[in-house]
Design a protein around this ligand. Structure first.
Ligand SMILES: Nc1ncnc2c1ncn2[C@@H]1O[C@H](COP(=O)(O)OP(=O)(O)O)[C@@H](O)[C@H]1O
Ligand SMILES: O=C(O)C1=C[C@@H](OP(=O)(O)O)[C@@H](O)[C@H](O)C1
Ligand SMILES: [Mg+2]
Length: 182
């Protein structure tokens, strides 16, 4: 179905960034399937490496340690091509991480904070979920460095969002020289 988009991507990976709860993990899986790409989630990779859940890592060794693990996992995954990578919402905070993100096409999924609050009201797995507004203030200018910003309506389904991404990808394909090579 997405053969021409696949071709125009030249195997370049796609990084989904944005606040917790916007749907990076949900949409990333569907998008990867449509593109015949592999799917990775930095949080899942961190949990696999540490054999701990994200809340356990935050509680036992703190956010700084989590950010270091996140950085290492991103560095390792950045060598992969033909992959969709759902990142954690805070990955943008470390400047060094941008040199890895920029090896792919970076898509910012953006949803109203009120929608995020509703989605995450009962969530026990996101240690920073009670600081959404503060985090958004701190991060919006960072998310804005993405190649593509997708404003998602409150009632837009994951499938519809994927369709929209597939339509927009050809408009933002970078030329070979624009990708950073580390
Ligand atoms: N478009 C959507 N509409 C409704 N609920 C969604 C949508 N996208 C994600 N969700 C739900 O919101 C929650 C957070 O989604 P998730 O994919 O884990 O986000 P992220 O990885 O960005 O934190 C999950 O319960 C998921 O089912
Ligand atoms: O925004 C953040 O700082 C975080 C987002 C989470 O991932 P999601 O964005 O997938 O929820 C996870 O990495 C951790 O709880 C911290
Ligand atoms: Mg996620």
């Amino acid at each position: 179905m997405s053969t021409s988009i696949e071709q125009s991507l030249h195997g370049i990976s796609i990084y989904l960034i944005g606040m917790m709860g916007v749907g990076k993990t949900t949409i990333g899986k569907l998008l990867a399937h449509q593109l015949n790409y592999r799917f990775f989630d930095t949080d899942v990779l961190i949990e696999r490496v540490t054999q701990q859940s994200i809340p356990e890592i935050f509680a036992e060794s703190g956010e700084d340690n989590f950010r270091e693990l996140e950085h290492q996992v991103l560095q390792e995954i950045s060598v992969e091509t033909k992959s969709v990578i759902a990142t954690g919402g805070g990955i943008v905070e470390r400047q060094i991480n941008w040199s890895y993100l920029q090896q792919g096409l970076i898509i910012w999924l953006d949803v109203e904070v009120e929608v995020l609050k509703q989605r995450l009201a009962e969530d026990q797995n996101r240690p920073l979920a009670d600081k959404l507004e503060l985090l958004l203030q701190k991060r919006s200018s960072l998310y804005a460095q993405a190649d593509l910003r997708l404003k998602i309506a409150a009632n837009q389904t994951p499938e519809a969002i994927v369709e929209q991404i597939l339509e927009l990808i050809p408009t933002v394909i970078k030329s070979e020289s624009e990708f950073s090579h580390s």
